[in-house]
Design a protein around this ligand. Sequence first.
Ligand SMILES: [Cu+2]
Length: 152
Amino acid sequence: MRHRWWILGVAAVALAAGFLATRVGAGPVGASTRVITVEAGQWEYSPGIITVNEGDRVTLRFATGDVTHGFYLDGYGIEQAILPHETAEVHFVATRAGRWMFRCSVTCGPFHPYMVGWLRVQPNTTLRWGWIAVGAVGLAALYAAWEEAWRR
Ligand SMILES: [Cu+2]
């Protein structure tokens, strides 16, 4: 009897932790605000690889010192023109994990087709661990039930 209460206690703690983790992972609490300056030039972006976390609120601040460029982000459908000596911004929430290509959307010279970069959106591990914790609760409950039935 004492043993069973111990298992139920562990299950309750795991359930609470799992629930909390999924809430934090899903909501804006676990996400951060990222402001990243991207320099566009013939014929590359700097940085060429941008890494954020799933759920982050992202601001990309563009500038160019040569000619007019563009920015088109696959998967998010975001497009922005980048004019010389002017700053431009796009804002979005990184809801889609994975690797997304962005490319120049304004013909800017002979190597324009090669002007590409990558946005890496890392999966929200807090959310994943939350679900694992919830799964562990299920297993603990099953074990408790099996233990209880076996004792009779
Ligand atoms: Cu360009």
